[in-house]
Design a binder for this molecule. Sequence first.
Ligand code: FMN
Length: 708
Amino acid sequence: MTPETDPVPHTDHLTVLFASQTGNAESISRNIYEQAQERGFKSSHFVLNDFAKVDWDKENCLVFIVSTTGDGDPPDNSTKFWRHLRKLKGVGLTKAKYAILGLGDTNYDNFCQTAKRLDTRLQELGASPFYARGLADDATGLEETVDPWIKNLWPALAHQVICTPTIHDLPQPHLTSEEERIVKDIIEKQEHDHPHHASHAPSSEKPAEVSARNGDVDVASLAGVVGNLSVTEKGPVIPATGYSIEVDFSDMANHSNLTALPRVPNANLKIIELDQPTSGTTTTKFGTVPSFLQTPTPLLLAKVNSVQCLTPDDALKRTISVEFGFDDDVDYAPGDAFGIWAPNDESLVRSVLAALAVKESDMNKQIKLDGQGIPSHLQPIESATLLDIFRYAIDLTTAPKKANIRLYADYAADLAEKQKLMFMASKQGADQFNAFRAQGPTFLDILHTFPSVKIPLVRVIETLPPLQPRYYSITNSPLAKNGHRRWCCAFNVVTYELPHSVKRRGVCTPWLDELTNKVPYGKAVTSGFGSIRVAMFVKPNETKFNLPADTSKPVIMIGPGTGVAPFMGFLEHRTEQRRIKKRLMNIGTGPRQHLEDHFGDMWLFFGCRHREKDWLFKEQMQEFKNEGVLTELQLAVSREEDVRNSGKYVQDLIKIESKRIWDLLSKKEALIYVCGDAKEHGGFEKTAAMMELNKWAQEKRYLRDLWA
Ligand SMILES: Cc1cc2nc3c(=O)[nH]c(=O)nc-3n(C[C@H](O)[C@H](O)[C@H](O)COP(=O)(O)O)c2cc1C
């Protein structure tokens, strides 16, 4: 949907409405309402069930902040409004312009259903959006979407509502007495330390930083690990390093009021230590995994058949391909993915537990979680060891949400640390919060940066987000030999270094790489993985990213880097389909033309940096081409000097071939598939390829429905 902007504001009043089950949408909407007033917009603020207080004939600019609860349901404090909305007829809201921010969680099936339904219904009633809909995901952190959405709301609003900055009615901050005390301390301390800040004069001093010990390991904070190296089945575990995250807090002195502080999550959980271990694990003939792992399709414990490193040592990224094996048949289709349940890094887990003052001897004790309102991902934990909970149930590496930062402030014993944490959680500290998050702090880094934070273990367990499975596309076909008993995937091993030598690693890929002994570049290794079992499940593709049922339709595949993975599955599948067809047709040595009639063209646009370093699946691609399965193989190479006859990026090739692609689309109903990791190659190829195709879609009014 293209947001509309009016050149001239058409109203002098803004209405902010919210529907909220647990308070997030309410606090965000209040924040917007307060900011609107500060910025000179006349505004009012209502819960949706108070819709009768709004003059719907007059109020022409509406901002909705709505969450989704239950199974895609609207919050309780909006049910009356929804009943009313259903009853409305005609297009009585034609004058209304609106913006919607939805809150949800992608762990649920109906992501942001309330916001989506509201959007549709308002348009049915004649209203039109003035600003693009935002859908914020609690799974990754609401603020990722909420902060930029609010930031860009103001210029969009300026086209809608007359702004009168002279009515500068500064709202009172809503602070608890504890928060007020902290804010007062900030002001007093700053006035004492930097008297010039009180008058808002520019500071010539060096910016204050969270810590100057950047990159150092604070050995003392790893109490319990020091001098007492943990030993697991795989040998000694080297403690993970916590990094000090650097943020410039010099601006803090300019803010005497902290507003829009998030609520501290409720404390519901209790830890009960069990005398006798109960069965906290699922034991199969292959081994054990914690029984609390929840999977949408049956849990599979796969063995590793083979591992191949696809990239030489001097390639920018290490890409490996793994073939997993099952003892029973598993149903899947090309285009589907498998979800792998990888545990958090063992050394990180142990260092975090040690930093939380858990003794080594207590890490393996069986415990039970008890209490009301246990987060759903913890509910299945009937009993488990602390190690397993920290390995499999909670996410230790995703950057924190504001509500967590706010929580840590409560547990900071040192006043300066408390102030900084509180500031980052507030609206005024948004820049510092974003700078902090941008450095991808793990939970260990937070404890390391703010060593006075002594947070109880139980609060950590109930407030850190759930650890998510990692998904990988299938690169083979179930039709191939033994196809239902194996699946293959390819991925980059994610490890990277941030500025100041801060090292980061993904959860799953380095774990798999280490588990399978970091095989060297070259041929597939097929031995040495005997006892390994990897917990996984099938994730059927829900977006129709599967081969068309009609095999005669041409297929155009665009997949730079490891984005090519699902297409290797498509190509193997087509090879098998052709083989079967050939057998059925009893073609034997007959004319090839017959077979080709049944199968449309398959084109592949692949992008890499260097042909010799990261042309993944080179031999297989060439084989598919020689066999006639792949009709067109277009290779874009971005980092070689002498690239002849080809573009540097896939979108260049698409441009060059646009006439032929268009013919396939318009005359033969070709389908286009685009797949790529947005982070890979700086997201450039995928996004640019999409934009190129989208431009066509707009010009030709045709392509949009063909997106697979
Ligand atoms: C019991 C429960 C059910 C939920 N159901 C959904 C859902 O179906 N779809 C969705 O996108 N989010 C769902 N969520 C996530 C919430 O929408 C999300 O956490 C949001 O930030 C809550 O905002 P609120 O505090 O304003 O209600 C659910 C959350 C809870 C606690």
